[in-house]
Design a protein around this ligand. Structure first.
Ligand code: DGL
Length: 266
């Protein structure tokens, strides 16, 4: 059965990182109604245990599904996807698209054979990442580093706060200072927050380093799954926050630049 034309695509993240996925989605499906949900009461996911993340994400997505009947859910968060995607799919009827660290495209891109990966602490320790490495980068060197400071810096930047350069420097050093780190020519941004800092990361790593993230691939996957469906936007797209987002006018302007006209508490 086709969903109703105004059923939203629900994009879910712990914070504003999923907006980087929304930006790519807008390019492909500009007419699609979107509901953006930030579980900022639970941010940062990267510092939580696997059990905490799995319970939280499954519970929230279950409630959101009942309440808003989305046509599709996108977990626009590497941490939540690498931990909870399969269990969420098991319990929800609605199609669920996840976010996979872009190791495969990075392996195709690297010339030196050394890839850096920046993610949250929870993501970089996942067996899911080990599997991607074994499948797509077995003949490469993959250096991983957890960069929680970048999550905070991205959240702050969208609220109009200057980028914390020490967080950028720590992320660069965390990869470069590992054995072989000098040879990194490709960096996987394995957290949806990090492309919001791409200009700074690129400056700090140097012009020879290229960056890959999963956003465009996820958007293509969503568009493919919905290719036979029609879209009507009956009300402005909005964001829901599970906690006090304390962003004021700067955050509202940033949300508006992604087509989000309204925000509320959930
Ligand atoms: N945006 C999330 C990700 O892609 C993580 C941020 C957090 O630690 O909550 O992993």
């Amino acid at each position: 059965m086709q969903p109703s034309s105004d059923a939203p695509i629900l994009l879910f993240d712990s914070g504003i990182g999923g907006l980087t996925v929304l930006a790519e989605l807008r390019r492909l499906l500009p007419g699609a109604p979107v509901l953006y949900v930030a579980d900022n009461a639970g941010l940062p996911y990267g510092e939580k245990t696997e059990a905490q993340i799995a319970a939280r994400v499954a519970g929230l997505l279950g409630r959101l599904s009942e309440r808003f009947a989305p046509r599709l859910i996108t977990i626009a968060c590497n941490t939540a996807s690498t931990i909870a995607l399969s269990s969420v799919r098991d319990v929800l009827q609605v199609p669920v698209v996840g976010t996979v660290p872009a190791i495969k495209p990075a392996a195709a891109l690297t010339r030196t054979g050394t890839i850096g990966l920046l993610g949250t602490a929870a993501t970089v320790r996942q067996a899911y990442v080990d599997q991607l490495e074994a499948e797509f980068a077995a003949d490469k060197r993959l250096l991983r580093h957890a960069a929680p400071g970048l999550v905070q810096a991205a959240e702050a930047r969208l609220r109009g706060v200057a980028v914390d350069e020490s967080a950028i420097a720590a992320a660069v050093a965390g990869l470069r200072d590992q054995p072989g780190g000098d040879s990194i020519d490709t960096v996987v941004l394995a957290c949806t927050h990090f492309p919001l800092l791409l200009d700074r990361l690129s400056q700090a790593f140097g012009a020879e380093v290229r960056f890959v993230d999963g956003a465009a691939g996820i958007a293509r996957r969503i568009a493919h799954l919905l290719e036979d469906q029609s879209f009507i936007r009956k009300s402005p797209d909005r964001a829901l926050f599970t906690g006090d987002h304390a962003g004021g006018a700067a955050l509202e302007a940033a949300l508006l630049s992604y087509g989000i006209e309204q925000n509320d508490r959930f």
